[in-house]
Design a protein around this ligand. Structure first.
Ligand code: ADP
Ligand code: MG
Length: 570
């Protein structure tokens, strides 16, 4: 008689994905369940990964991306094949554009059928569709490759300039089995996926020499600086040298906006006047006028600290590039100061202060107006006042006028608390970012939304209520994209092209899901509602009635909106 054969214990692709994520401290997945990943979501939850189920993949992807930004660890989004994958792809592209570490994992259909285009359920060549929008894209075809696939995705998303990574896992790979021993050996725990990159001594000296010779120096802080968590060294450098700084919108709070060296209220002036500019984790893209005149002086010289060396000279010559991570680079600059001290001429500081005071007085005039119905300024001043006592609150912000005015009016006191439309100026990130921030931090979130911007992800208020997240949504409802008073220039009776429903009661939407709705028409009521909602710490939505005639078309981006003879020139 032969010995009885003992079959080795087997495991499958589903289990391996969950194990590989757990081995790499991924403790949350944001997704929408469906074929073929439903059981992956269930299994992840069963094994202790928090699964947050959304109503649309784009919001799930945005939540994952912002969680990656807040934690310096990949946010993971799970999508179904083809249409669900494509819905998530917008968020993946946005993560790549903004430099957020995020991994989109998607199930996909039968390769043999896809490649011959024989018409499968949800047929799409997802890997190739994702490639142009992702920092990297990989496909796992066999259960035993899951460990390598997840490890490669984590390294690709976190190393250097972070970005979105696509990981395709076929339905066949998820269902395929392998023996437990092979599976266990195939798992990889990534070691040091975002290695520090110290700058060269020469690049640091070159930058300090340039800065020491400056008459009107300026530091610009970008969200790369916020992401790198280098606020200690950045504050040390700015306070020791006395160079004024300008925060990009998501860099607000690295140093508090009311810091004496903050030049935010004198933005146009310092951009035009600065002779040496140090960019710290900020790109010279459209948000900075590409570094060109008339916004900038043609004589200005630039220092740029960036982890991505191909960024240098992308828009304008960079006289002193520092290739390195921001924490290491700022420390090296600080350490170099005794040998190459930087003294800022007092005249420059006085000029910056006087421009700041002048612009602050102008803002105070705007705020005194307080019209009925409310305009953006008086409503957002009420939001600012309610937030003044709550420096722990995350602020999510999107819209056109809502974004422009809130960015200027609402100061931040701590880093990484402001999350907004970012590099693309995209609308539709509001609820995804709010959910991602609330889940990641456990802290309250206030989403300050234009009525149009809110519409792109509004259904996620059900998600917010289902998970009982401490998210308060403030909708500045002027009944339109930009403004609410557009007309139909044709023969029909349809509403104008940018018109939305000014009478909409968005507050009643959240009541349908058990949240608290407020409808306010005056700043005092808005402030009281926001304070009450924050004190309750439960989901709430405040519908703020704003004058449909308030606001400017395209907000601050007038010059980007080409005009036909129909509506006249800008
Ligand atoms: P903002 O929109 O706030 O100006 P950007 O997204 O344009 O910011 O620029 C951020 C820059 O920061 C990118 O060029 C990115 O490569 C860089 N960056 C991101 N993380 C780091 C880091 N840890 N160290 C150095 N540079 C970084
Ligand atoms: Mg509007």
């Amino acid at each position: 008689m032969s010995e009885p054969q003992i079959k080795p214990a087997a495991t499958d692709g589903f289990h391996l994905v969950v194990k590989a994520l757990l081995a790499n401290r991924i403790d949350t997945i944001y997704g929408v369940a469906g074929i073929p990943i439903t059981d992956l979501a269930r299994l992840a939850q069963a094994e202790g990964i928090r699964y947050i189920g959304f109503r649309h993949e784009q919001s799930a992807g945005n939540a994952a991306a912002i969680s990656g930004y807040l934690r310096q660890w990949p946010g993971v989004c799970l999508t179904v094949s083809a249409p669900g994958f494509l819905n998530g792809l917008v968020a993946l592209a946005n993560a790549t554009t903004n430099g957020f570490p995020m991994i989109q994992i998607s199930g996909s259909s039968d390769r043999a059928i896809i490649d011959l285009q024989q018409g499968d359920y949800e047929e799409l060549d997802q890997l190739n569709a994702a490639r142009p929008y992702a920092k990297a894209a990989f496909r796992v075809n066999r259960a035993e490759d899951v460990g390598v696939g997840v490890a490669r995705a984590i390294r690709a998303t976190l190393s250097g300039r972070p970005g979105g990574v696509y990981l395709d896992i076929t339905a066949a790979a998820l269902a395929s089995t392998t023996d437990e021993a092979t599976a266990q050996q195939s798992l990889i725990e990534v070691v040091d996926p975002a290695p520090a990159r110290a700058p060269s001594a020469q690049s640091v000296e070159r930058a300090l020499t340039l800065l020491a010779g400056a008459q009107r120096p300026l530091v610009i802080l970008g969200k790369g600086a916020a992401y790198s968590r280098a606020e200690g060294a950045i504050r040390g450098f700015i306070e020791q040298t006395g160079v004024p700084f300008l925060p990009m919108s998501m860099a607000k709070g690295i140093l508090e906006d009311d810091h004496p060296l903050c030049a935010a209220a004198a933005r146009s002036f310092v951009l035009a006047q600065a002779d040496v500019v140090m960019l710290v984790g900020a790109r010279l893209n459209w948000l900075l006028g590409h570094g060109r005149s008339p916004q900038w002086s043609a004589q200005a010289k630039f220092i740029q600290i960036d982890i991505e060396p191909t960024e240098f000279d992308s828009n304008r010559a960079i006289a002193a590039p520092i290739a390195g991570d921001i924490a290491s680079s700022m420390q090296a600059l600080l350490a170099g100061l005794p040998a190459r001290p930087v003294h800022v001429p007092p005249a420059w500081i006085e000029l910056v202060s006087s421009h700041r005071q002048h612009n602050e007085a102008h803002m105070a005039d705007l705020l005194r107006a307080n019209p009925v119905p409310m305009n953006f300024h008086c409503a957002l001043a009420a939001v600012r006042d309610a937030l003044a006592q709550r420096p722990d609150v995350y602020v999510v912000n999107e819209g056109a006028n809502t974004l422009d005015v809130a960015r200027n009016l609402i100061g931040m006191k701590a880093p990484r608390l402001r999350l907004d439309a970012g590099t693309w100026g995209v609308m539709g990130v509001g609820m995804g970012y709010s959910i991602g921030a609330a889940v990641t931090s456990g802290k309250p979130v206030v989403a300050i939304e234009g009525d149009s911007a809110f519409g792109f992800s509004g259904m996620e208020i059900e998600t917010i209520c289902r998970y009982r997240l401490p998210v308060v949504i403030v909708i500045l409802n002027n009944g339109g994209i930009y403004r609410g008073d557009d007309i139909n220039r044709g023969p029909g009776t349809d509403p104008g092209a940018t018109t939305l429903m000014a009478s909409a009661r968005y507050d009643r939407m959240i009541e349908a899901f058990g949240g608290v709705g407020y409808h306010v028409e005056r700043p005092e009521a808005l402030k009281a509602a926001l304070e009450a909602a924050l004190a309750a710490g439960t989901p709430a939505l405040i519908n703020c009635v704003i004058d449909p005639h308030a606001g400017t078309e395209s907000g601050h981006l007038k010059n980007l909106n080409p005009k036909s003879a129909l509506t006249g020139a800008n």
